[in-house]
Design a protein. Sequence first.
Length: 189
Amino acid sequence: MALTTVSELRTTLGVGTLYPDATLQEVCDASDAVLLPMLWKPVWFSVAHSNVVGTGTLYFDIPVRDIFYVGQTVTIANSGTRYNGSKTITAVDTYSISVTTTHTVVQPKHPIEPFGTVTGETYTDWTTDTAVQNAALMIAVEIWQARTATLSGSNAIDFQPSPYRMSAQLLAKVRGLIAHALDPRSMVG
C-alpha cells in the first residue's frame, strides 16, 4: 500500500527527471513506514509460539477468543518462516490461535521478539483517504528535505531554527490530518 506515489512526490518537489524513480521511491517507502503503523488496522501482536508436528500455536497477551474464529484467514508476519504468510485458523483459545504449519518437531512455548503480527481482513483502504495521503506526502517532503538540504532544519514555534527535521515534530505536523485514522493503540505516551 503506497500512500504517496513517486509521481506525486516528483511533482510536489519540482525535481522533474533530475532524480531516478528508485531514489524517490525510497522516500515514499520511508514515509509509509513512518505513517502506516500509526493508522488503525486489524492487527494484533503475538508474543510467543509453540508447535507440535503440523500445527503451530501463537500466543497473545490479550484475550483473542472474540477477535479470531476458526476458519478465518489471517496474515502472519515476524513469527518465523513456518508461521509467516496467509494462514487459516484451525483452533482458537482465550489467549491463543492455532494454524497448520510445516513443523516436524515439538517445541515448547517460547517468546517472539520483537512481537509477531497477525492481521485480519482489512476493511479500510487508507490510499483513498485524502487527509492520510496528504499527511504521507508532507512526511515524504520532510524526509526529502532532510536528505538533500542538510542543516536546513525547521523553525520552532518561536521562529528559532532547529537542525532536527526528523524529530518527534515530524508526526506532530500531520497529527491533525490523521486524527480520524489514528489507532488508539499507537497513541501511548
